[in-house]
Write a protein that binds this ligand. Structure first.
Ligand SMILES: Cc1cc2nc3c(=O)[nH]c(=O)nc-3n(C[C@H](O)[C@H](O)[C@H](O)COP(=O)(O)OP(=O)(O)OC[C@H]3O[C@@H](n4cnc5c(N)ncnc54)[C@H](O)[C@@H]3O)c2cc1C
Length: 571
């Protein structure tokens, strides 16, 4: 489903004529995904009338696709089982990973900026109360993943390396349906508790009074009707990132990313809407990264998922020269960085597209349709899989497939010595696999690599489950891989309570943002599984409380339009 088929593009020029609002609420929540639904519930439970305006035809956004782990420091279950997670330790860990170049254990803020430090403190303080309230009210009952490690559990700064992850109680064993479960229970609670929900409503600008306070929003329906909703206290945006806006990706991300697996409706609308009313932008250069199938990312396949665990043990990734260049089992955000290394000598991104290669063993033991796996079961969509009975045939088939994408890869093709190098790479990897130790990239040594080992075959006597020699015989399989986003994590800077800040760090009255549509304090880091949704729940909770405490804003009698091409209207 492409967005353009369902909802009109953002209108840029003529503003709707101001006038009466079509409906009126205390708090208008924009976006019905991982941040929007919890924010709406928290606001409603404080006694406000609340509407959720969702651009897509259904609720859920990217969160519906998620496993929906949520990372909650010092959570109730940790406290109950006696796992200490002190605030100072938490802050040290996140600082070490978010701004490693500034990290200083002796510094009072560990090298974080004042804003980053305060935002991380807010996560520590509010993620657990948010999770508990959602659970108590039946909106998001959870179970505790006591033994799941943080992604950098080995760092000395991680004093609580296991136990911060929660996940929806009713999620299946593979946890792949966690997002569906969460959206189902959150939506049911919203309906039960009287949150008004309107899907197929794309908010395209805010409405302000003469004092510059946000007093409402204007949305376009899928039929093209413009509707104005009054927000007596505040509008809370939770519209996700800009994964599906090529213009914003190209101009803000630090790397040439082909796309990603966020909801297709996440097109960075809030970047435009908030910029038009003077918001300052932060962290626009970073995203929650993940390897993805190059072909599916380019095709914008709606159900595209990231590769959270690269499947297979008799499997390697090679570059266009046939060389291994990375530990294929790194945690996804870290693994994705390899694609964007710049080769200054040859003026190219040599690893922008890598080639995953596996044999029949991995095909048989690691195939799954879940989590964006490249190795998929027979009978499922395997259009991205390239086959060859021999190495020679596989090379020919890869070369042919690469030609198809030449126009978006700068003419990428295999080097003349690809086959020779590939065979040497396989032979070297096979020696490592037999020894159980990868002398080149240390594959399988860290806890998170064992956690995400890609459902490899368990056999007695193996010291490193992540590696197994590739067979001397075909068939062999391959697929093209690149780095994608789960979603971006930059946008307007907010206070610790989600108030959007202008260029002087002054809150824009009545305007709030939570989730991937606003700036994350995490910088480049992906602290742990659930490190997007745990903090998002914390900020949804805080934003709802702050919005609840806002005064009711007056609407000035005489309407006046601001510049015709602005993203805001005055009334
Ligand atoms: C496959 C996959 C697995 C993941 N697993 C996890 C996990 O286990 N743990 C974790 O922490 N994170 C996970 N994530 C990331 C997580 O899903 C996101 O970080 C999270 O959903 C972000 O919440 P959000 O509210 O910011 O955005 P979303 O959940 O994407 O919601 C944004 C919503 O806003 C709507 N919208 C956009 N523009 C407008 C507009 N103009 N008007 C009205 N509505 C609008 C969108 O349609 C969408 O519904 C995963 C992501 C993917 C893709």
């Amino acid at each position: 489903m492409s967005t353009s088929q369902t909802i009109p593009a953002r209108s840029s020029a003529s503003a709707a004529s101001p006038g009466a609002f079509d409906a009126e609420y205390d708090i208008v929540v924009v976006g019905g995904g991982g941040g929007g639904l919890p924010a709406a519930l928290f606001a409603r439970w404080l006694g406000n009338s609340v509407v959720v305006l969702e651009k897509a035809a259904e609720l859920g956004g990217t969160a519906r696709k998620a496993a929906f782990w949520y990372w909650v420091p010092n959570n109730k279950k940790m406290r109950e089982i006696g796992r200490p997670d002190e605030k100072v330790d938490f802050l040290r860990y996140v600082a070490r990973l978010s701004r490693p170049q500034n990290y200083d254990p002796e510094n009072p803020r560990f090298g974080l900026s004042e804003w980053e430090y305060a935002m991380c403190e807010a996560i520590y303080e509010s993620a657990s109360p948010a999770a508990e309230l959602l659970s108590e009210r039946g909106a998001l009952p959870y179970r505790h993943c006591a033994e799941v490690p943080d992604y950098w559990a080995e760092l000395p700064e991680d004093k609580a390396p296991r136990g911060r992850v929660l996940l929806p109680e009713a999620a299946c064993d593979s946890m792949s349906d966690g997002g569906q479960v969460a959206i189902r229970t959150l939506s049911a609670a919203a309906q039960r508790d009287g949150v008004d929900i309107r899907t197929s409503h794309r908010v395209q600008r805010v409405v302000r009074n003469r004092a510059g306070e946000v007093v409402g929003v204007e949305a376009a329906t899928s039929e093209g009707t413009l509707i104005k909703m009054r927000a007596r206290k505040a509008a809370i945006f939770a519209t996700g990132g800009f994964t599906h806006n090529p213009e914003l990706r190209r101009n803000f991300l630090h790397a040439p990313v082909y796309g990603g697996c966020a909801a297709l409706t996440n097109e960075g609308d809030f970047v435009y809407i908030a910029s038009a009313v003077g918001a300052q932008l932060r962290n626009m250069n970073y995203a929650w990264m993940c390897p993805v199938s190059l072909e599916k990312a380019i095709a914008r396949t709606p159900d595209l998922s990231g590769m959270f665990s690269v499947a297979g043990d008799s499997m390697i990734w090679v570059d266009k020269r046939g060389y291994r260049v990375v530990n294929e089992k790194l945690a996804y955000n870290e693994l994705a960085q390899i694609f964007f290394q710049w080769d200054a000598a040859n003026a190219e991104y040599p690893y922008l597209v890598l080639i995953a290669i596996w044999d029949q063993r991995s095909q048989e033991h690691s195939a799954s349709s879940e989590y964006g796996r490249l190795i998929v079961p027979a009978g499922t969509d395997d259009s991205h899989v390239i086959r060859g009975e021999t190495w020679e045939q596989l090379e020919g088939a890869i070369a042919t497939r690469l030609q198809r994408y030449s126009v978006v890869t700068g003419g990428l093709e295999l080097s003349g010595d690809f086959l020779k190098n590939l065979k040497a790479s396989v032979s070297r990897f096979n020696q490592f696999a037999k020894a159980g130790r990868d002398d080149d990239f240390r594959r399988g040594e860290r806890q998170v690599e064992q956690l995400f080992n890609g459902a490899v075959k368990e056999e007695p006597g193996r010291t490193n489950l992540t590696m197994y020699p590739l067979s001397d015989h075909g068939p062999y399989y391959a697929a093209l891989v690149s780095g994608g986003t789960l979603d971006t994590k930059g946008g307007p800077k907010t206070t610790v309570n989600g108030q959007v800040l202008d260029d002087l760090d002054i809150p824009i009255p009545g305007l709030y943002g939570v989730g991937n549509c606003v700036a994350s304090p995490s910088g480049r880091a992906y602290w742990a599984g659930g490190a997007t949704l745990g903090p998002i729940l914390a900020f949804a909770y805080r934003a709802a409380h702050a919005a609840d405490a806002e005064p009711v804003k007056q609407i000035d009698a005489i309407p006046e339009l601001v510049a015709a091409d602005s993203q805001s209207i005055q009334v």
